[in-house]
Structure formats: C-alpha cells, structure tokens
Ligand binder design. Sequence first.
Ligand code: SF4
Length: 347
Amino acid sequence: MSALIVHTAFLGDLCLSIPLMKKIKAEGVSLTLVSRKGLGSFFLELGLIDQFFEVTKGDASSYQKALNALKQRTFAEVYVPHESLRTAFFIKSLQASHKISYRSWWNFLFYDVRIRRDFKKPEALRVLELYRKDPFILEQISNYREVFSGKDQVLDPVPDWAQVQCQLPAISSQLHSIVPSAPFICVFPGSVWETKKWTEEGFQKFCLSWKGQIFLMGSPAEKELCEKIKGGLSHVQNMAGKFSLIETVQVLSRAQVCLSNDSGGQHLAAVAGTPVVTVFGPTVLEFGFRPWSQKSAVVQYEGLSCRPCGKHGHKKCPLGTHDCMKRITPEQVEKLVLELSSYSPRG
Ligand code: SF4
C-alpha cells in the first residue's frame, strides 16, 4: 500500500501538513511527497515520508520527470492540500483508488473525494481533515474552537492528536560543537514577504537588551539582514545560511525559545518542540497560520483598521506607513519572550 501527498507550497505549509503525514505513516503505508525544490529531504530525514520528488515552479521538465516516475505506480490515496489547476492536472493521470482535496466549483473532474475547506479552522487541522479514515479525529476537528483576543496573547496548547513536533535524528558532533551549552535563544528576522518582517530597529533593540546568547537564523539570502541586526553585539551570532533545515530544527530543539515573524521560523520551532513567540503585522491569527506549538505566543499591534491587508503580506505597505510592524515595541516582544523562555516542554 502506498499514498502520495502533493503539496508544492512553502516550507511553513508543509510543516503544517505533518499531522496528516503522521496519520498516513501510522497506517504502515509507504508515503511519497511531491514538494517544491529544497524541501523533500527535510521530511525524509524527519522520518515522515519514504520518498520524495521535487518540482520547480516554471520548470515544466521537473514536473514531467516526477510524473513519469509516479505514473508507474498505483496509490491507495493521493492527498492534495494545494488548490491549484496545475496540481490538479498533475495528479489527473495518476492511478489511485482515491484522489482527495478541498471542494471547489471546478475540481470535480480531478478528485473523487472533495471536502469543504473550513477557513475558521487552523491550517494544520484543515489539512488533517483530508484524512477521512479516523472518525475520532474528524469529530475533534469539528469541535475545535480557539478564541483570539486581537492583543498580545499566549495561545492555547496544540492538541496531542495534531502535533507537528517530531522525533529528531541524533545531532552530529560538528553541530554539537556549535550549539552553546549555556541557555540561548533563536531569532528569525526574515520573511519572503517584506511587510511581514518586524523592523530591523526593533530586532536590534531587542537583541541589545536581551541578556543571554542569541543565534540569528535564516536562509543564505538573509545573511546581510542578520549582519545588520547583529552589528557589534558580541552575544549575538549570525547563523543565517549556516544550517540545513534538519540542522536548524536540531539547533532550535536546544534553544530556550524562538522569536520569529509569521514565516517559516515559527513552524520550524514547532517541529522542534521549542516555545515560539511570533510577531504578526499585516496578517492575523484568523487566517489559520498561528505558531502551531505546545507553547506559543503572538505579539501584534491592536486597533489598526487596515489589518489584515492581504493573505501573505506585500512587498510594500499599501499605505506606505507599515504601522502594523513599526508600532510594535521591543518591550512588548521581550515581555513574551521572557515569559516563554522559562517554559521547558522537555522537562
Ligand atoms: S496596510 Fe496596514 S496592515 Fe498592511 S502593511 Fe500597511 S500598516 Fe500593515
């Protein structure tokens, strides 16, 4: 028996699909993932999948190569949390007992099981709801409610049956030598979307006032941003671009707490089981992308009528003010980071 997940969205979306991966793997089936380039090996190393194919948007040959291999096989189920016409055409010629996705007016030709996407639920539960074989889970999802205050807030713990936290592979001796033995925190100041970044000045002031060691984390493209935030601070290290995804969660798993924008960093912290504080600007919790961690908190500026201004944020603030981020103070952020840094999920 084998199953397939086709999900070509960003890293955070894939992390929020982990509860679905765990359910499928618990059946003892072989699970294949089709993801965007650079993400597949991370989920293989976490032991959540057995095989992966990576595709690149705009590179038709990468899709064709994956399709040629997948067409040789028959799947019990194909799960598609990614609602796009391109993905629908991608899975159309595959052999599967069931092809499962969210219901939309156009996709009855592609999927035999289509469920309503409940936008009031967190994304991790929306994806998990594609798994139709466990009545207990479906009932729990149906009854799930969470209240957001619109203010800075410590969030409810994530239910046990929907955790993204994973057992991590053993840390290498090289990585072991880099990770501080003293308490430290990880800070992710970057985002693919400019308006989702808290200000450089905010991060700088936070780092200046934080008493312990700080690892600034991010992709190779975020090295420069991290270097600016680090400045001359000797207790801050710029680690952007130094770690693979699996190494990043291994480092996070040793950290007291993670501070992140509403981007990949918060989801990696959840996979590591590390408490996380997320700064929300143009996006809001109601979109369903809260930090999906046992212990998490959000910082946000309440009362702006322009929030939210887009599902993902923008390259530039449409009003030119970026007040949703500029008005968030380092003191606000530090208060919650301090509160969560004393929490230890690992005892
Ligand atoms: S329009 Fe408002 S919510 Fe959107 S980026 Fe600008 S300040 Fe933030």
